[in-house]
Design a protein around this ligand. Structure first.
Ligand code: ADP
Length: 668
């Protein structure tokens, strides 16, 4: 039976004690009541009960227990009302709160009474009141739970809404990014095609008689073409990085050769500015690490080129060290430095600190953004420390994974040309403008225990050959800037051992008079692309053994033995890995529209020429022959219709074969 809180003073006194339970301690109060109920009260127990009552009284006066409950019940009612609980429930809550307020008034009155009367008599009545208190509390708990559930539901649906919005926004952003990347890739491709023609015609013009002014103007035209080419490559790289479509090779990177190459490439510019160039590799750095040689070179070259560009006096140095189990590549300079406020925007694309039209240094502001993208793709990080007016230090930190190739010659640190490898092994300079061919030649020769250093064209090749540190030069014939014939002649003009190095000419479909010109320039042997891998090794070894630099009689006619169609892919995959072969197959067989669309014979010839060696090397002889027929028809000034049709057909056949070829590679 529910009792009103305004009942007898004794009962109210008991309520006061029970309400105070939470504050003054259940144990004391209950013990007092039990003892009182069963008989004699000792004086001390009386005192104890009186003290309990007084403490409860004090608490009630302070309003802590009861007023908290009232405030709570009112707050719950208010929340329930705003959350849309039904009106009856809210009303019940409000009246519960009012009841509690009445209870508090009664309790205060009871306190007064308890003080007068002293003690409480009936435990049964107390139980009834306790259950009343509990039922009020229970109602509060139910409403609280109800509120919590309502709030949770509201929260969950708001969260779902936000997540859906986020998902939509992310999908929109990804679609926009993909569209931008596709646009950039397409535009770069479209620009590259006429650019190839511009460069091709510039080459043609350069081979004819020109007066000094015309040669100078042609030089500017070529330079502009180069800059545009680099810019297009950069934009394409950036688009790939931003679309997450950069594929990295896994080469065994020869760190010393890499550092040496970087330094060799910037040496002419640094020398022209009178800058000192330094390079150090700490002895605890392994000779070979896993990585993408081409991309690493790109990053280091960008940093080193920048260092040279922004340094007026003093020097630039490259250092390779081990940093807590990671690889650290640092490029330091004594140049203009970077103000702290400018550092945050350095690695953003198209960002240059001096972006004025009158700025002293050329550049697009893409190099560092690309470098950062590549380094992050490699699992590393790139940073800079700089003091304005004093110089900068850019550092690339990469995971260090030692590659399988063991260093058989602990070359001392520093740049001293290629280190002399173990007995019987040759130091080979590979001058070749196709990175893929560089990879291939490097892998073939390194497998046989030789050591390769790479150069991208005749000018780089000549620069590297000056050191006299090579046993043999492999020279591609057709290259930008300086072709193989001119480079070979320039090497022969060098004094001392450098001028006597044997040169092996490498070419796709060289005409007999070109082969003869190469021999006159000083090449000892000629090997046609595509070549059988064993032929390359055997020729290199024979030439190094004979150390015969200029024996034109030894010049062999272009060899007709390319790799067998059957064995080619398996052999390449075993040597360079399935990924490499797949990437090359895709690259060689991608997008043959140019066969029909390309209107400029010079541009068409360049593409056909490249396809001759690429297709041949990949074991696709029919496609290589069709490309060769087109190239020959262009050279002969013949009508190209038939050759185009043949090549288009072979291209379609090869494209149709692609899935089967890829499957074959993936099985290797
Ligand atoms: P770019 O060199 O084509 O302008 P980068 O992205 O390579 O583009 O460099 C961006 C900018 O960072 C440069 O324009 C230059 O302002 C600044 N910078 C880069 N390297 C250095 C350096 N070593 N010293 C001073 N400033 C530098």
């Amino acid at each position: 039976m529910r009792r009103r809180p305004t009942g007898g003073l004794r009962v109210d006194g008991l309520r006061l004690i029970i309400v105070s339970v939470s504050a003054v301690g259940l144990f004391t109060t209950y013990s007092a009541l039990e003892i009182y109920r069963f008989g004699d009260l000792s004086a001390s127990l009386r005192t104890q009960i009186a003290e309990s009552a007084q403490r409860a009284d004090a608490l009630a006066r302070a309003g802590t227990v009861v007023s908290d409950k009232v405030a709570f019940a009112e707050a719950v009612a208010a929340v329930a009302a705003t959350e849309g609980a039904d009106a009856e429930a809210v009303e019940r809550l409000r009246s519960g709160a009012a009841e509690d307020r009445a209870l508090r008034v009664a309790e205060l009155a009871a306190t007064e009474a308890a003080r007068r009367d002293g003690l409480v008599t009936l435990w049964g009545e107390a139980s009834a009141d306790l259950s009343h208190s509990l039922s009020v509390s229970l109602a509060s708990i139910v409403v609280l739970l109800f509120t919590v559930v309502l709030r949770s539901l509201a929260y969950l649906s708001a969260r779902d809404r936000t997540e859906a919005q986020l998902r939509r926004a992310r999908a929109d952003a990804e679609a926009a990014n993909a569209a931008k990347s596709d646009f950039l890739a397409t535009m770069s491709h479209e620009i590259r095609t006429p650019l190839t023609a511009i460069k091709g015609y510039a080459e043609l013009l350069g081979s004819g008689p020109l007066d000094v002014r015309q040669r100078d103007e042609l030089g500017k035209l070529r330079d502009a073409g180069e800059v545009l080419g680099v810019l297009i490559d950069d934009i394409l790289d950036l688009a790939k990085i931003e679309a997450g479509r950069i594929d990295l090779h896994r080469d065994a990177v020869d760190l010393r050769a890499l550092a040496e190459r970087v330094i060799a490439l910037v040496r002419p510019t640094a020398a022209a500015k009178g800058l000192a160039l330094g390079c150090s590799i700490s002895p605890d750095v392994p000779r070979f690490v896993q990585g993408d040689t081409g991309r690493l070179l790109q990053v280091l070259l960008n940093l080193t080129n920048n260092a040279v560009k922004f340094t007026g006096k003093g020097g630039v140095s490259l250092s390779v060290t081990r940093d807590e189990g990671r690889l650290s590549l640092a490029v330091s300079d004594t140049g203009i430095g970077i103000a702290p406020a400018d550092v945050p925007r350095l690695f953003k694309r198209f960002s240059q600190i001096d972006s004025s039209l009158t700025r002293a240094h050329a550049g697009s502001g893409l190099g560092l953004a690309i470098s950062r993208g590549l380094v992050e793709r490699m699992g590393g990080e790139i940073g800079v420390e700089s003091t304005y007016g004093e110089g900068s230090r850019f550092t690339v930190i990469l995971p260090l994974v030692e590659a399988a190739e063991a260093a058989d010659d602990p070359a001392p640190a520093g740049v001293r040309g290629a280190a002399r490898p173990a007995r019987g092994a040759a130091r080979v300079l590979v001058v070749e403008d196709s990175v893929q061919n560089q990879d291939l030649i490097g892998a073939v020769l390194e497998r046989a225990g030789h050591r390769c250093t790479r150069a991208m064209d005749g000018i780089e090749g000549l620069e590297a050959a000056r050191s006299g540190a090579y046993d043999l030069v492999i020279m591609d014939m057709q290259m930008p800037r300086m072709d193989g014939i001119a480079a070979t002649a320039a090497i022969r003009a060098l004094s001392g051992a450098a001028g006597k190095v044997p040169v092996l000419a490498l070419s796709a479909n060289a005409l007999p008079d070109q082969v003869a010109a190469m021999a006159r320039a000083g090449a000892g042997r000629h090997l046609a692309k595509p070549f059988a891998l064993d032929d390359l090794t055997a020729t290199v070894e024979a030439m190094v053994a004979a150390a015969d630099a200029t024996d034109a009689a030894a010049l062999s006619p272009p060899t007709a033995t390319g790799p067998s169609a059957e064995g080619a892919l398996a052999e390449l995959a075993a040597l360079l890995g399935g990924d490499w072969v797949q990437a090359r197959l895709r690259a060689a067989l991608r997008d043959f529209d140019w066969v029909a669309d390309e209107t400029e014979p010079s541009a068409l010839r360049i593409k056909a020429h490249r396809l001759v060696s690429d297709a041949g090397q990949l074991g696709l002889p029919a496609l290589a022959e069709a490309a060769l027929a087109l190239e020959e028809a262009i050279d002969a000034g013949a009508d190209l219709t038939q050759a185009r049709t043949l090549l288009a057909r072979e291209a379609a056949n090869a494209e149709a074969l692609l899935p089967a070829l890829l499957a074959r590679v993936s099985k290797v």
